[in-house]
Design a protein around this ligand. Structure first.
Ligand SMILES: Nc1nc2c(ncn2[C@@H]2O[C@H](COP(=O)(O)OP(=O)(O)O)[C@@H](O)[C@H]2O)c(=O)[nH]1
Ligand SMILES: [Mg+2]
Length: 358
């Protein structure tokens, strides 16, 4: 999975990137994006390892892309242009960092902190960038549709609908399109069609996220059905620089039970409709990512296309079965090892052995 970090300048995007990746990159905004991999924390991996000895543990990973701040009006030719948005076209989800902290030492491009104004400004810029893509595609499609091509004519109607929505500042994700239409638009990689998660960057003096600024953002997000995760990026970035053994103490001092990475990763999975399943054996215990609702062969295909192609059946148990019975043999003995076929819909936390034949 790949996630892109967006927001205005000086809101804490690169600080969040550092908090999540522990890469400690400089915060000067360059032309090139910062790219880093993060391992998705999942306590179930260690739990599996309590009962199954293995050589290595492999968590799922997310690739993070951190770009420069959006410049207002630049997409209409003012300023330098939001060209760097191209780096975000292929991400699966957007983490929209919204500044909710006051700090006289950190300038705000508008001279005051106002999360809702900022969010609307960024979303307008994304809509404008998408509108440009859609308008160019309309021109191309019109040319093709003139030959009487039915498919192109249908496409033209769809693109026009997108242009109308974007022109009113409505993101594609809220334009009332059917899943089929959204699928048809995939190749245009529209930014406002991507799932979004707001990351409220809260002040180190407001770790319980109770300031009026956060509440304002929460209310706005609730109206739009968007999930908000609150985190103090600055403290989290400092936390990520500590040796693992000292992090627990700092977290406790902040009144938190887990670092931002765990919270953000979980929320990103939720927003994207994703879940995890595991494979566990003497060579490795590994977490894999699939969409909620995926049938067993699709899960097999995440491991290898051959396993999907030659799928026969899967033997499946849950992490809690292992906790209760301690070994796979005991799970089988207790009749809890399930044999599932092609139509089985995968459940979060399934531990699988796939049987296949190619
Ligand atoms: N006080 C405070 N400062 C922060 C916080 N998060 C980021 N900053 C500071 O804000 C400035 C801009 O942060 P940066 O991550 O570079 O913002 P970006 O332009 O969005 O990438 C830096 O000096 C950070 O140290 C925070 O939670 N509290
Ligand atoms: Mg930055």
């Amino acid at each position: 999975m790949e996630a892109g970090i967006i927001g205005l300048s000086y809101v804490g995007k690169t600080t969040l990137f550092n908090a999540l990746t522990a890469l400690g990159v400089g915060t000067a905004a360059g032309a090139k994006p910062n790219i880093g991999m993060v391992k998705v924390p999942d306590p179930r991996l260690a739990l599996l390892n309590k009962f199954i000895e293995t050589q290595k543990i492999v968590p799922a990973d997310i690739q993070l892309v951190d770009v420069a701040g959006l410049v207002s009006g630049s997409s209409q030719g003012k300023g330098t242009g939001n060209k760097f948005l191209a780096h975000l076209r292929n991400v699966d989800a957007l983490l929209h960092v919204v500044r909710c902290f006051e700090d006289p030492d950190v300038p705000h491009i508008h001279g005051s902190v106002d999360p809702v104004r900022d969010v609307e400004e960024v979303e307008t810029e994304l809509a404008i960038a998408d509108l440009e893509v859609v308008e160019n595609s309309i021109k191309n499609t019109e040319r093709k549709a003139r030959t009487g091509d039915k498919e192109q004519k249908g496409r033209l109607v769809l693109l026009q609908k997108c242009a109308d929505a974007l022109g009113q500042g409505t993101p594609i994700s809220a334009a009332g399109l059917t899943p089929e239409q959204l699928h048809e638009l995939k190749s245009y990689a529209l930014l406002t069609a991507k799932p979004v998660l707001y990351v409220a960057n809260i002040s180190e003096n407001d770790l319980s996220a109770q300031s009026p600024l956060v509440k304002k953002l929460d209310a706005y997000a609730a109206k739009r059905g968007i999930l908000v995760v609150s985190t103090c990026c600055k403290l989290e970035a400092e936390l990520s620089e500590l040796p693992e053994s000292e992090r627990g103490e700092m977290l406790a001092g902040m009144g938190l039970s887990e670092p931002a990475l765990a919270v953000v990763a979980r929320a990103a999975y939720k927003v994207l409709g994703l879940q995890s399943f595991f494979t566990a054996g003497p060579k490795e215990i590994k977490a894999w990512t699939i969409r909620i609702g995926a049938p067993a062969p699709e899960a097999a295909g995440v491991i290898h296309s051959d396993i999907q192609r030659g799928f026969i059946r899967a033997e499946i148990y849950s992490v809690s079965d292992l906790e209760k019975h301690k070994t796979e043999a005991a799970i089988k003995h207790a009749g809890k090892m399930r044999v599932e076929g092609k139509d089985y819909v995968m459940q979060d936390g399934d531990v699988c052995h796939f049987l296949f034949n190619v």
